[in-house]
Every structure is written in C-alpha cells, then in structure tokens.
Design a protein around this ligand. Sequence first.
Ligand SMILES: NC(=O)c1ccc[n+]([C@@H]2O[C@H](COP(=O)([O-])OP(=O)(O)OC[C@H]3O[C@@H](n4cnc5c(N)ncnc54)[C@H](OP(=O)(O)O)[C@@H]3O)[C@@H](O)[C@H]2O)c1
Length: 279
Amino acid sequence: MARKLVLITGASSGIGEAMARQLAQKGWDLALAARREDRLIALAEEMKAQNGVDSLIIPADLSKPGEPERIVSEIEKAGRQIDGLVNNAGAGQPGYFTETEWDDQARFLELMVTSYLKLIHLVLPGMEERRFGRIINVSSVSALLPIATGHTRFSGTIYPGAKGLLIKVSQSLKAEMTGKNVHATAVCPGYTWSEFHDVNGARQSISQLPDYWMLTAEDVALSAYDAVERNKAVCVPGAWYKFLVGLMRVLPDPAGDWLISRQSKRAMKQAQANKAAAE
Ligand SMILES: NC(=O)c1ccc[n+]([C@@H]2O[C@H](COP(=O)([O-])OP(=O)(O)OC[C@H]3O[C@@H](n4cnc5c(N)ncnc54)[C@H](OP(=O)(O)O)[C@@H]3O)[C@@H](O)[C@H]2O)c1
C-alpha cells in the first residue's frame, strides 16, 4: 500500500521543519513547500536517509495568489493524493497599523489567511471522499490571550485576528467532518524558538524571556500531531501556556489584559536586569 502523503507549508525552518521530521518518523511521505528550495532539498534527503520516506519539493511564495492551486496541481501531476495538510508558513507584519502600507497587509493576509483556506478548500473534498484526512493549522496563543504590551509591534496588528480565524475554522471543520475520519486541529503555540523572531526583528527581546515562556518547535510538532490524531479542534502546547489560557477563561477581560501586560513587562525587566548583570 502506498504511504500517505502530507503537504507541509513553511517546511524550510522552525515548526514546519519539526512537523516534517515528526511525520516522516511516523512513515508519512512529504510534500515540502516554502521559498528556500535548498533547505527543502536538504531536509528531504535527510528524511529519506533516516526514515526511508519520499518527498516532493515545491518552491512556492504563498503570499502570491495562485500558489495553493499550483502546489496541489504539482502533487497531483506527480500521481499523489494529499492525505494530510500542515498549514504553517508564516511571518509577522512588523509595525503598528499606521506605519505600514496596505500592500504589505494584503500580502500578509494572502500568506496567513487566504492561502491556508484555499489549501483546505482544495484538499478537503478528496479527504472526505476517501474518508481519511488530517489537517493542522498553525495558529497562535496570541489568538486566545489579551495582547501583551508591544506584541503587535513585531507580529502585526492583524496577526492575532488572523490566527483567531484559524481556530474558528478548525472548530467548524471538525463539526462538518464528524464521523468522516477527517480531523482538523488548530495548534496555538506561545513563543517558540525558530527564525520567526529574526524575521520580525524581535530576536533580542524574545531571547531575554525566562525559559518557561519558550517552547521548542519539536514540542509544538509533538502536541499538534497528538491533538490531530485525537481529533481535538484546538491545542495549546506547554504547561505554562495551558495555565495562562485556562486562567484567561475564568478572568474578566480587563483583569486578564492587566495581568498579561504586567507579567510580560515584569519578565522583560527581569531579563534586562539579568543581561546587565552578565555584562
Ligand atoms: N515562533 C513563534 O513564537 C510562533 C508562535 C506562534 C505561532 N507561530 C506560527 O508558526 C508558524 C511557523 O513559524 P515558525 O515559528 O516556525 O517561524 P520560521 O522558522 O520563521 O518559519 C516560517 C516558515 O514559513 C515560511 N514562509 C514565510 N513566508 C513565506 C512565504 N511568503 N511563502 C512560503 N513560505 C513562507 C518560511 O520559509 P521560506 O522563508 O523558505 O519561504 C519558513 O519555512 C507561523 O505561521 C507563525 O505565525 C510561531
């Protein structure tokens, strides 16, 4: 029997790369999409050597309309069907709303929202017909928490809303696909070590946060895989973020907002003091 194939967007680093490693270990063949082809090729070769799985390499810029259709058509031309989808590619849109150009916000929406939805729309009918599908949408804990001071400067004004949409869509898909063995999960990571913070220019402040605020991409990939297999619509990796999200559910919004802002300011102050002491 042919191995199942999962399409992973943004597989050239961070959470996408960790998802590829995780799924290859479980015996999935891979279709790897991102802009940096050299990285995808290196990952594919490593996964072949380590796990014996095959990969399709599809260089793509998902901020451009039409790319989801092209990706799916390349996979079909290679004679493969898509059994799993990890919608993960992404970057922030740094700067407060008034400081940014609309064209940049439009590209952000194409990458972070439209391409995710288009890919789901393209692969879902086949999954439904074959009665098997696994969809992971990489959301963010920022969609579940009041915004910490300064957060939107790095990831963008629309970022938490875009990630929130993925949660609601995953919940709707879970309901629509009940009994069809097609599972959809939104994984909501907090701060995760990856290149994300380099791209957004937030590396320096992020690297000063206490350890318990930071997740690894491998933690996120493990949680996401476990959740989609168990057909959980939403998953929050890590004990600290589970606690924060649970707390926010019982606190009134203004109290939650105050607490998160205070906590993040205190963490940054402590980190700066540690840095000064070390110098
Ligand atoms: N790191 C965090 O703290 C964190 C927290 C919550 C949620 N997330 C979410 O996790 C996802 C993955 O981010 P990460 O942390 O793993 O960051 P990362 O290491 O920077 O990875 C981002 C991936 O997305 C790809 N990508 C970016 N722009 C693209 C484009 N225009 N077209 C195609 N691919 C593109 C990048 O590949 P190329 O550059 O090769 O194209 C890369 O493979 C994102 O959706 C992010 O919003 C991250």
